[in-house]
Design a protein. Sequence first.
Length: 172
Amino acid sequence: MKKKKYPFHELFLKKEWSYTTGAVLLSALAMVLVIVAGSAWGVTGPFTLWGGWFFSLFGVDVASSQVFKGIAEYNFWKNMPSMTNLGIVVGAAIAVLLAAQFKFKKIKSWKNVAAAVLGGLFMGIGARLAVGCNIGALFSALPAFSLGGWVFLISIFLGAAVGSQLLKKFFM
């Protein structure tokens, strides 16, 4: 029996896209998001609200905290950044499943797990200090001619250099 070919699947999901294609698609989708949502793309802003919601489940009074300002009015389904975050996760899952690339991998070393957890924590702390991640503080800031976007770009390279050295020294 001959295997059926699916040209769309092969062309769009199996072959790697060029950086140019990715950049053009990201730019186009970012413009569509600004038109639909009325604001630039941002990812880390909702994390504070999600954290406040999580703490409130355990009886913590987050409504009176300056850190969790706006938590009282927060509604996940009416918050555009939360919805785009959900879309990123669902879209990535769909893409991996359609490309038949989803698999569970055995943990090779607990040292790798520690490096990943520490790296994630440092990235999260950095994103909160920078008032945005690479999406809000860079991808949305540069087209808006924000000086902060250029500072963030330089900081990303410096942080990657320092992080790489720490990774080599302590985790490899």
